[in-house]
Design a protein around this ligand. Structure first.
Ligand SMILES: [Zn+2]
Ligand SMILES: [Zn+2]
Ligand SMILES: [Zn+2]
Length: 173
């Protein structure tokens, strides 16, 4: 894993550090939507309005969101979208590598990297709930090797790790 200086802003396509409290989140959000449009254009998929809205809601901040909360937020303006609208949009986003499901939280988060199905490590802060996603080829290959020794073919080596983020642990900025 590459060392990341704490003052760095998230770099798309690279390890994304824990977001600092006052970072330019509009940038994260716009960047995520722009990358989603690129991915869909390249894969000939349609980023419909519902899919775009759900993705935007996932990027409201760096915390995972449950499907129930997504539906609630989607209908905040008095709309009456039904749960399948949210589930179908999430399936699409996950299938296209634009979002992940965090099994330990039964919640969803926008992918900080984008690029098809990939292994990832999620570092989940138990204090503030923020999540950072990294992609370590060393961890991926360690998991694949351990799987191979069992005769197990690993598809997506995803690891969810609980702990305390730099902001909550008071690490110097
Ligand atoms: Zn952000
Ligand atoms: Zn990802
Ligand atoms: Zn935290």
């Amino acid at each position: 894993m590459k060392p990341v200086s704490p003052s760095d802003e998230p770099v798309p396509g690279d390890d994304v550090p824990f977001p600092r409290p006052h970072h330019d989140h509009d940038h994260c959000r716009h960047d995520a939507l722009r990358r989603a449009e690129d991915v869909c254009a390249r894969q000939g998929a349609r980023l419909t309005q519902a899919r775009r809205e759900v993705l935007d809601l996932l990027w409201a901040d760096h915390r995972p969101v449950s499907a129930y909360d997504l539906l609630h937020r989607l209908n905040a303006d008095g709309r009456k979208a039904a749960p399948p609208v949210v589930y179908r949009a999430l399936d699409f986003l996950i299938e296209h590598g634009l979002a992940h499901r965090l099994n330990s939280l039964n919640a969803f988060i926008g992918c900080a990297h984008i690029g098809g199905e990939h292994g990832a490590q999620f570092f989940i802060c138990r204090e503030c709930g923020q999540v950072a996603e990294t992609r370590s080829p060393e961890i991926d290959s360690a998991i694949r090797t351990a799987g191979a020794e069992l005769g197990f073919r690993v598809q997506a080596p995803v690891v969810e790790v609980e702990g305390v983020c730099p902001t909550c642990s008071g690490a110097p900025a």
